[in-house]
Design a protein around this ligand. Structure first.
Ligand SMILES: NC(=O)c1ccc[n+]([C@@H]2O[C@H](COP(=O)([O-])OP(=O)(O)OC[C@H]3O[C@@H](n4cnc5c(N)ncnc54)[C@H](O)[C@@H]3O)[C@@H](O)[C@H]2O)c1
Ligand SMILES: *[C@@H]1O[C@H](CO)[C@@H](O)[C@H](O)[C@H]1NC(C)=O
Ligand SMILES: *[C@@H]1O[C@H](CO)[C@@H](O)[C@H](O)[C@H]1NC(C)=O
Length: 437
């Protein structure tokens, strides 16, 4: 609310500086029959100017993701043609198939999961707000890819309860794959509100609609390895403490896990949280190191490699997208039904959390060496101290729980996965397309 007020403050108190009376259009084409008409006309002009200024002023706002600006955006949804597309996209085409609402479907993981579900005959409907946290043209390209396999992505926000209720009215989704979120660790210092908007308010809104839906869907959603925060015990196991987040992003994911517990407890929603460990691959996210290292190495720009105190290694448990997709599908397939109905709990429901990692952390400097070999370009390395603003030194997943319960078994090593990423990168950004940012 206060953000909206600050937009109002941007309206100048001297609108007279917009002189329109020089316009030849107005003088030549309009005739005045009465002073009342004239007064009405200028009142509308004045109002129009204020409106134009109001909608233009956010473009000078330093926060591109300001959530109140986001909520000003209106999305076109509804109508018989739209409903027909929704229904057709969500239609199950195989025996024992499921119908899944995939939030964040134009995102990196969402695109791959949606395509995989569709391939095996499940009904898939996407939802995404196409925000500009990173180059939206990449999201549009993923959307075009999904469209070719018959997947419709509804354009809208997960915090829009009317839209979500409408979707559940049109389709009785058996499952929700919730991947929409404000991701990124360092961006939280620039725009904390966007994390609250998508990861807290949006998630609660989604759960509210799910708990009221008849039947209630089972929900699988993306938490993050970042919930382990300053935990130093490795490998990270699901039972380890997660009460020391090192970033607002991590704190909102941790909050999500607690909120999930509440909705499971009160309403009987079946909920599975997946703690992803640094996912990479084709169609990946431009804000992640492997992606912008590739871009900068190719451009001959120097890249910053973080090092912990006392030349400590910074390492990540990089997980290839195809392995993550298998984990997501296995989580959906093993999810039990929600038990509530009519917004009331009828019995205990399933509540799970799994690590989805690769179990082999790789130092970031090794990541760079692999990229150098694949790109056949030497990187200009700039070693820097790891800033204490959210990134942790080390991540390493214990995946024995997912192995046991989901049959999860990652099979792509970093070398193999990066080779596939680089092949995609070179083909996507050739032909005049430029890398984001
Ligand atoms: N990629 C990783 O390494 C990683 C690691 C841990 C957790 N995760 C989590 O996995 C999920 C998917 O991540 P990703 O890498 O595909 O990120 P992504 O940013 O590519 O995808 C998220 C998508 O959600 C959409 N979105 C964001 N807020 C929205 C809102 N309020 N309403 C509707 N749509 C919205 C975005 O436009 C985007 O397309 C996220 O929840 C993320 O936090 C990812
Ligand atoms: C989310 O939606 C609710 C209800 O429509 C609204 O009151 C709230 O301000 C929104 N929250 C955010 C953070 O955008
Ligand atoms: C991994 O997690 C399992 C529980 O899922 C636990 O029994 C095991 O001891 C953990 N292994 C290590 C090395 O921490």
């Amino acid at each position: 609310m206060s953000k909206q007020m600050s937009h109002l403050d941007n309206i100048p108190s001297t609108p007279g500086k917009f002189k329109m009376d020089k316009s030849p259009y107005i003088h030549n084409r309009l005739r005045w029959h009465s002073s009342l008409a004239k007064l009405t006309f200028w009142s509308f002009m004045f109002l129009g100017l204020i409106l134009i200024f109001f909608f233009r002023s956010p473009s000078s706002n330093p926060l591109p993701q300001d959530p109140s600006r986001r909520s000003l955006r209106t999305y076109n949804w509804g109508g018989p043609a739209w409903e027909k597309r929704v229904r057709s996209s969500a239609r199950i085409r195989s025996r024992n198939g499921i119908s899944v609402l995939v939030t964040g479907a134009a995102g990196f993981v969402g695109t791959h999961v949606s395509a995989a579900l569709k391939r095996r005959g499940d009904g898939v409907l996407g939802l995404d707000n196409f925000n500009d946290y990173y180059d939206p043209s990449l999201k549009r390209a993923r959307q075009a890819l999904l469209e070719r396999s018959g997947i419709f992505i509804v354009e809208g926000d997960i915090n829009d309860s009317a839209l979500l209720r409408k979707l559940f009215e049109v389709v009785a989704f058996t499952h929700v794959m919730h991947l929409a979120a404000q991701a990124g660790v360092r961006y939280a210092m620039e725009n904390p509100g966007s994390y609250v908007h998508s990861n807290i308010a949006g998630f609660v809104n989604l759960l509210e609609v799910c708990k009221s839906a008849n039947p209630q869907p089972a929900i699988v959603w993306a938490s993050s390895s970042s919930v382990y925060g300053l935990n130093t015990k490795v490998p990270f196991s699901e039972r380890d403490r997660t009460d020391q987040p090192a970033s607002l992003y991590a704190a909102t994911k941790k909050a999500g896990e607690e909120i999930a517990h509440t909705y499971n407890h009160i309403y009987g929603l079946s909920l599975t949280g997946l703690r992803f460990f640094t996912v990479y691959g084709p169609w990946g996210r431009p804000d992640m190191a492997y992606f912008f290292f590739t871009r900068d190495i190719l451009k001959g720009k120097s890249i910053s490699i973080f090092e912990a105190a006392n030349h400590g290694t910074v390492a990540r448990d990089f997980t290839y997208i195809d392995d993550i997709v298998k984990g997501c599908l296995a989580a959906l397939d093993t999810a039990e039904k929600s038990t509530g109905s009519g917004g009331k709990k009828k019995g205990p429901a399933q509540l799970r959390v799994f690590n989805l990692g690769n179990t082999s952390p790789v130092p970031v400097s090794d990541l760079v060496s692999i990229l150098e070999r694949l790109l056949k370009v030497n990187a200009k390395r700039n070693i820097m101290k790891l800033p204490r603003n959210g990134d942790v030194q080390f991540t390493h997943a214990n995946i024995s729980l997912a192995q046991r319960e989901l049959g999860y078994k990652p099979s792509t090593d970093l070398q193999t996965g990066l080779k596939k990423f680089v092949r995609w990168y070179l083909s996507y950004y050739s032909g005049g397309k430029k890398a984001a940012g």
